[in-house]
Design a binder for this molecule. Structure first.
Ligand code: NAD
Ligand code: TDX
Length: 355
């Protein structure tokens, strides 16, 4: 039975990964998460207690991470923990460098210390860095990000993720450490914190609140259902080649404004006739607001490498994925009410105050 160190497993993608892995195979997961505003223990209910061990800790804490490596003979490190929201990185970049760069270095150093064996490494160990297509910067109207596209991040968030990627890859080049980097496009699905486009729009539609579209809404993102992402991570961690980067995406580019319109239409369709919000939901809720600073125009992934080399393919198309996502939010009103009470209101009013 493999033992995983998963970081950030109380966040959106990490929680989906933990759920998927524990359901798929007889593995043990030590889930380290600092429970920042984005981490939520409610994302981890119903998991097998004997195989899922939750540890509330900061990945920058050298003592705790060292103790965990000493206690558990980790076979895999899957590193999700990060400050992940571009808008927050524009407001307050420092914590992004601390968590995303320094936290990554701490994990790398500790894994290296415990995995080294003479001149090499213990058998079948692997560190996987969960990264993002945003490190490639922005595309024009055409073309795709490949693994060879130059790294040109534009936001403090993507710059911190790029720095972390370079560190990870340097541990392969310098120390021959068994590492892999995956770079995925925009995810959507259950358990996503409602500061990101899709859950924010679903929540606002359900509350008949304005839908803030940045700029002209013509920025393009490439959307992947979260379950397809976590499956790709699993495949890359098992069968990928050390020192390699794998892009993950499903060729599903959409203008932001089209995403918002699809959400409006689908939520309205999915509400029962008896729901009085149903007749009030329309495109009139759309409100164009000031653009994001340094807003990348277009992201689009070329997933040819992971597809031809590792046989990964996305399984959920956008039409199905967005319905599943909306259904989840409709069925988990307590989850979203809890998350959007208190501090979230301050965040929301501050973030949209000047737009
Ligand atoms: P998220 O913000 O939902 O979750 C991040 C988790 O990390 C939270 O549970 C938080 O508590 C935890 N965390 C933050 N700082 C920590 C620290 N110092 N120590 C320990 N835990 C800490 O993020 P997400 O959307 O699930 O993204 C997960 C990873 O995937 C990130 O590395 C992100 O860069 C990457 N990624 C995200 C997307 C996307 O569309 N969301 C796409 C590609 C890549
Ligand atoms: O209220 C909004 N209005 C709006 O128009 C929000 C929150 C976003 N947007 C736009 C900005 C982007 O063009 O929608 C697009 C998507 O925005 P986000 O959901 O904030 O995602 P993005 O900035 O593209 O980054 C996401 O994908 C890559 C994740 O947050 C990152 O963690 C991941 O690395």
């Amino acid at each position: 039975m493999k033992t995983y160190l998963v970081t950030g497993g109380a966040g959106f993608i990490g929680a989906n990964f933990v759920r998927f892995m524990l359901g798929k195979e007889d593995c043990k997961i030590v889930n380290v998460d600092a429970l920042t505003y984005a981490g939520n223990l409610d994302n981890l209910t119903g998991l097998p207690q004997d195989r899922h061990i939750f540890v509330k800790a900061d990945i920058c804490d050298k003592n705790v991470i060292d103790e965990l490596f000493q206690k558990y003979d980790f076979d895999r490190v899957i590193h999700f923990a990060a400050e992940s929201h571009v808008d927050r990185s524009i407001e307050d970049p420092e914590v992004f460098v601390r968590t995303n760069v320094m936290g990554t270095m701490n994990l790398l150093n500790t894994a290296k210390k415990y995995w080294q064996d003479g001149d090499g490494y213990k058998k079948d160990k692997r560190y996987l860095q969960v990264s993002t297509d945003e490190v490639y910067g922005s595309l024009g109207e055409t073309g795709y990000f490949t693994e060879k596209t130059p790294i040109t991040p534009h936001s403090p968030y993507s710059a911190s993720k790029a720095a972390a990627d370079f560190l990870v890859l340097s541990y392969y080049d310098t120390f021959k450490m068994p590492v892999i980097v995956t770079r995925c496009s925009n995810n959507y699905g259950p358990y996503q914190f409602p500061e990101k486009l899709v859950p924010l729009m679903i929540n606002n539609v359900l509350n008949l609140k304005p839908l803030p579209v940045y700029g002209d809404g013509k920025n393009v993102r490439d959307w992947l259902y979260v379950e397809d992402h976590v499956k790709a991570i699993d495949i890359a961690a098992e069968n990928g080649r050390d020192g390699e980067v794998y892009n993950i995406g499903g060729h599903n580019e959409k203008y932001n404004i089209d995403i918002v319109k699809i959400i409006i239409e689908t939520v309205a369709q999915m509400l029962p006739e008896s729901d009085e919000r149903k007749s009030k939901i329309s495109n009139d809720l759309i409100t164009y607001v000031a653009d994001r600073k340094g807003h990348d125009l277009r992201y689009a992934i070329d997933p040819e490498k992971i597809s031809s080399e590792l046989g990964w393919k996305p399984e959920t198309n956008f039409e199905t994925g967005i319905k599943k996502t909306i259904k989840w939010y409709l069925e988990n009103t307590e989850w979203i009410e809890k998350i959007t009470s208190g501090e979230y209101q301050n965040y929301y009013s501050k973030m949209y105050a000047n737009r």
